[in-house]
Design a protein around this ligand. Structure first.
Ligand code: GFB
Length: 320
């Protein structure tokens, strides 16, 4: 990637987008373009086309999305499918129209079938039924992958896709209703410790397994994939299976995660499992061999990452 060239990070205020901006700054990029929602509504096609015509980015990281945990996905299906479809169609089509050299679309590991063989390889896409709690979001993200592939096949664009596993890190959403499991449990255990609560409620059975990747690792993977030469990228993907899994290659049960978070926070009370809440997919471990063969792998271990995010949370949101 040319460090002087304009690079647009769509969704720069989110956890992933802000991590990508930090990774680009660390790598010496001098022309990073961002657009706050107040000045560019990605749901407005005319506005997006106009912004691209005026700003002419050479590279685009499409990290903007409507995201949330299992409860948000399960209760707001129309928001999740509509907003993610519109954002990706607007940005990908405008990028083609404006002659963007390279775009990276960010999906999610939930695009794979609920009962896919574990670990899930890129070829597992569209081979079975999706997890009901996040099917609308998954369908939107699958459409994003297919949008990139279709523009590449018809128009000769170089639009790439990465499918990160469950991400966590600074700038995450700590709202207890809409968040993912790690920020939710960090906050719950923190508040239980500060309030001397006798127990903490963890949703579901605690049996599902999840793979977790620190968002700074994910951002470095995004920069790595964007920097690959077209021949290298094409040598490790196919025109109809062009996406790359991004993960750490190991997973833990939610119960093990809860115990680790309890240790990180220093909470010594009881962990209770709320069977009235959904478990979601039983497991979502990614096969990361494709990206590993290209030379990238995760560096930040889960406990190290959790400690760092907990400190960020206490300094920025947790207060005490
Ligand atoms: O992180 P999470 O909401 O998303 O839930 P998914 C992961 C697991 O943690 C589920 C359990 O089995 C939850 O029941 N869990 C336990 C909790 N306690 C809590 C809690 O307090 N809050 C939350 N949120 N979970 C998401 C998809 O699925 O994965 C998204 O819905 C996206 O669309 C994301 O794909 C990466 O991993 O189940």
């Amino acid at each position: 990637m040319d460090r002087q060239a304009p690079v647009f990070v769509a969704g720069h205020r989110g956890m992933v987008g802000s991590a990508i901006v930090r990774a680009l700054e660390r790598a010496g990029h001098e022309h990073i373009l961002t657009a706050p929602r107040a000045s560019l509504d990605l749901l407005d096609q005319a506005a997006v086309r106009h912004w691209f015509e005026v700003n002419k980015p050479r590279y685009v990281f499409l990290a903007a999305a409507r995201v949330g945990g299992i409860h948000a996905n399960d209760t707001l299906p129309a928001d999740f499918i509509y907003q993610n479809l519109v954002i990706e169609t607007n940005v990908i089509e405008a990028a083609w129209r404006a002659g963007v050299e390279r775009l990276l679309f960010l999906g999610s590991s939930c695009i794979y079938p609920r009962m896919a063989t574990q670990p899930m390889s890129e070829e597992a896409l569209l081979t079975g039924a999706l997890e009901p709690t996040n099917e609308p979001y998954a369908v939107a993200k699958i459409a994003g992958v297919k949008l990139c592939e279709s523009f590449n096949r018809q128009h000769g664009t170089d639009f790439r896709s990465v499918m990160p596993t469950n991400l966590y890190g600074p700038g995450d959403n700590f709202d207890l209703e809409g968040s993912h499991v790690i920020p939710a449990l960090l906050r719950k255990f923190h508040e239980a410790r500060c309030g001397n609560a006798p127990s903490v409620a963890v949703w579901g059975s605690g049996k599902p397994r999840r793979e977790f990747l620190h968002v700074d690792d994910a951002a470095e993977a995004c920069r790595f994939v964007m920097a690959l030469g077209p021949a290298t990228y094409r040598a490790h993907t196919t025109p109809m299976c062009s996406h790359l899994n991004v993960g750490c290659g190991t997973d833990v049960t939610i119960a093990e995660l809860a115990r680790t978070i309890g240790d990180v926070v220093g909470y010594e009370g009881e962990i209770r499992f709320d069977a009235n809440k959904p478990d979601g997919a039983p497991r979502k471990l990614l096969d990361v061999s494709r990206l590993k063969a290209m030379g990238w792998q995760a560096r930040i271990g889960l406990e190290e990452g959790l400690r760092e995010v907990y400190e960020w949370y206490r300094a920025s949101e947790g207060g005490r």
